[in-house]
Design a protein around this ligand. Sequence first.
Ligand code: ADP
Length: 470
Amino acid sequence: MKQLSIQKKIVLWFSAMLLIIVLLISAMTFAIAGSVLNENIRERLYDIVAVNVNEIEYWNRLTDTEAEPGDQFLKYENGWLEIDDDFCDVFEGISTALYDADGNLLYGNMPIKISSSKLLAFTKIGKTDYKGETYYVYDKPLTAEGLEGLWVRGVISQNESVNILYNVVRLSFWLLPALALLAVLGGYIITRRSFLPVEQIAKSAEEIGKGGDLSKRLDIGSGNDEIHMLADTFNEMFARLENNFNAEKQFTSDASHELRTPVSVILAQAQYALEFAETPEEYREALEVIERQGNRMGDIISQLLFFTRLAQGTETVNKEEVCLSALVEEACAEQKMLPQEDRKNISLICDVSPDVYALTDRSLLTLCLNNLISNAYKYGKENGHIRVSLCRDTDKILISVKDDGIGISPENLPKIWERFYQADSSRSADINERGLGLGLSMVSQICKLLDITAEVNSTLGEGSEFTLEF
Ligand code: ADP
């Protein structure tokens, strides 16, 4: 039993229960039906005789009658008997007849003969046998004026009830098992269809477990039942797994690709120093290059980890009411503190409207601004200008970082937001001075996270303007 699937267990249980119920109901039906039918036949006999008695009237003269077509008239003593056409001599197996005091049949139909000693002997319903068959008999004397001495007898064969019982038995014999079979079949189909998605879920989970396709989703159609809810939850889990897996894959591939250059530089410097360096200055020079490359590797790893956390959704976003005016001013002040050689004698103008607030994440937005301003320094021209402005329009807030540096060519403009993209490496010939190509990609990811639109306007040789729109 333990080896059976849930579906089979349910179907088996319901089939067994249904069989027991059908058998019990059939037994009870047969037991009760017999007595109920007998009782019912007696009642019908009683009622029909009582009705027929009321359909007989006595008239002194024929001319007094209000005869309707179908009414019968019999000569009786000094007058006439009117038998209404509603008198049922044979109805639903019950035969009725009218007798006089001597037992002569005056009107009606009587399938059995009862000895003359039993005239008007069944004023209470009784049984009598005739030609091997049992009959119920009921006699009722007529009491209306002129009808004294007359009586009506009704009979019905007990076989009538047996016939009906036989029909009930025959019907139950086919109908109950047919209904039970239908119920079992319906139950089987419903449980099968309900459990089919479970099999699918198990199969997909197994495939994914074996290192199969993480982009696979359970497609079990639409529905609101528990199984569909389970499938939706699984799909959400698969999506998260796929996302995390892809983010980690991306990290591994980016890291191995981007760390290759600094690692080669470090190895080359180390080999050079070991083989050719003689003076402490030459060793020092080599160590400085190694240190810079080490720092660069550190930067690459921490920025890549930041991207991975963003993609996995584990980088927390703490939105709060932030005073943008103060935040932009602080970012400018911080950048002004960079070493003189990084600032290329560029003057930074901070043009900030006071008291501008927004619901955003303080540290992520600062990271964004720092990236934009340090790019403006990096790609700005010697003795040039950078203008950082914050202003509020009717329905939006704008932060802009504008420089008069080298600018970006139109064909490179769409690509600058891509990961590791650097417009023109030749523009910054010294490998040590080069960025990572991750700054703007990070800006675009953060903006997506904070619902900010980031745009750039740039003319090659004239300068660029980056705008953040809240
Ligand atoms: P990087 O580390 O190279 O600065 P970013 O992602 O910050 O990487 O920028 C990508 C590329 O976009 C840069 O290599 C540069 O060519 C171009 N770029 C970014 N900011 C500016 C700017 N203010 N002026 C001109 N070019 C820019």
